[in-house]
Design a protein around this ligand. Structure first.
Ligand SMILES: *Cc1c(COP(=O)(O)O)cnc(C)c1O
Length: 370
């Protein structure tokens, strides 16, 4: 038998998320609510649907491997040079390409934990050591849900090529503020690339949470990751991008790019989405208003919910997490539990969140009776 590399053998097998249609059929209800993957509940933007239909007739051809039109649109949008931009088949692919470009055995990647699940996996695949720095309470007496930037800085050593700072953090929703992030960026050695993963940037409402692309300017060892999957509503099309201060970073990522992996449909859709920014902003405002409502409703029920700057909320329920999420699932609500830690709940449409809250009340009532 041909053996995969030992690190690959040690990776967990991919476990697909629960599909709402299957779940609904299984428990005999009309519809299940999925609040597990941080998509927005709105349908694709009208301009996106139109753009996809328009290029559908050209898909016998390869896409533009340089994504020139999209890259130019992003460069204009963020006032950078196209050479500072790289696009990818989702921001997760850009994470992987960064690890491939910068890491090898003997190097390390540092990040907070708990944070985005991809980080430890991509470190392992690259053969790099993962340096995981525990989250700390963001407020006195609160759960450990916030980046410890001093701890992260102290953990960086000569081997550290990449540091991921997920801001706001997935899955806890907390964000680091401008002053502390600036202090951190000033102190990180020039030989370590800081990647600000801003997948949820568009949902940030606190003016003190910095825009990474602004902070990046003048700092050649900083790059920012963004995605069209969340606020822009293109999760199913797979397109994300990196903006780096130093064009050499974007070039290194482009060199490890899987050829043609950003499809023609994805490129056209992303360009169309960028031209609908006002509509996207209005949608994000609805999501953040609903986030505040959901947060309030959970706090009224006694849950210790921190302020989220993303399109999800975090219930820090420790050992109860898996059981509660299973109870919700049996009532047709799919959330994202992290066993032993907490449950991440995507902010849905108001009706979906009401279904979630009602299911939550039922599960808790059932468990106090038992
Ligand atoms: C969703 C997400 C991404 C990007 O996902 P893609 O769909 O691959 O663009 C990146 N980082 C974090 C933290 C995310 O939650």
């Amino acid at each position: 038998m041909v053996e995969p590399r030992p690190v690959v053998q040690g990776l967990p097998a991919y476990k697909p998320g629960r599909n709402p249609a299957d779940l609904a059929r299984e428990i005999g209800v009309e519809r299940a609510v999925k609040l597990a993957s941080n998509e927005v509940a709105f349908p694709p933007l009208p301009a996106v649907v139109q753009a996809i239909a328009q290029v559908a007739g050209e898909t016998n051809r390869y896409p533009d491997n340089g994504a020139v039109v999209l890259t130019r649109a992003l460069a204009d949008r963020y006032d950078v040079d196209p050479a500072q931009v790289a696009t990818g088949c989702g921001a997760v692919t850009l994470c992987q390409e960064l690890a491939q470009a910068y890491c090898e055995p003997g190097t390390s990647i540092a990040f907070a934990w708990r944070s985005f699940e991809m980080y430890p996996l991509l470190a392992r695949v690259a053969g790099a050591r993962a340096i995981q720095v525990p989250l700390v309470p963001g407020r006195p007496g609160g759960p450990a849900d916030t980046h410890d930037l001093d701890g992260l800085l102290a953990a960086i050593d000569d081997s550290t090529r990449l540091v991921f700072v997920c801001n706001p953090n997935n899955p806890t929703g907390t964000a680091v503020r401008r002053a502390e992030l600036e202090r951190f960026l000033d102190a990180v050695p020039a030989s370590t690339l800081v990647v600000l993963d801003e997948a949820y940037r568009e949902f940030v409402t606190d003016p003190d949470v910095p825009d990474g692309i602004e902070l990046m300017r003048g700092r050649p060892n900083v790059a920012v990751l963004r995605t069209f999957s969340k606020a822009w509503g293109l999760a199913g099309l797979r397109v994300g991008y990196l903006v780096a201060e130093d064009p050499a970073v974007a070039e290194a990522v482009r060199k490890t790019h899987v050829p043609f992996s950003v499809s023609m449909l994805a490129q056209a859709a992303a360009v169309a989405a960028l031209s609908s920014e006002d509509e996207v902003r209005a949608r994000c405002a609805a999501v953040t208003a609903e986030r505040e409502r959901l947060t309030g409703a959970l706090r009224e029920r006694g849950f210790d919910v921190s302020d989220s700057q993303a399109n999800f909320v975090w219930l820090p329920l420790g050992e109860e997490s898996a059981g509660l999420a299973a109870g919700l699932e049996s009532r047709a609500v799919i959330t994202r539990p992290f066993a032993g830690d907490g449950i991440r709940v995507t902010v849905g449409a108001p009706e979906e969140d009401d279904v979630f809250l009602a299911a939550l009340d039922e599960v808790r009532a059932a468990s106090t009776v038992a």
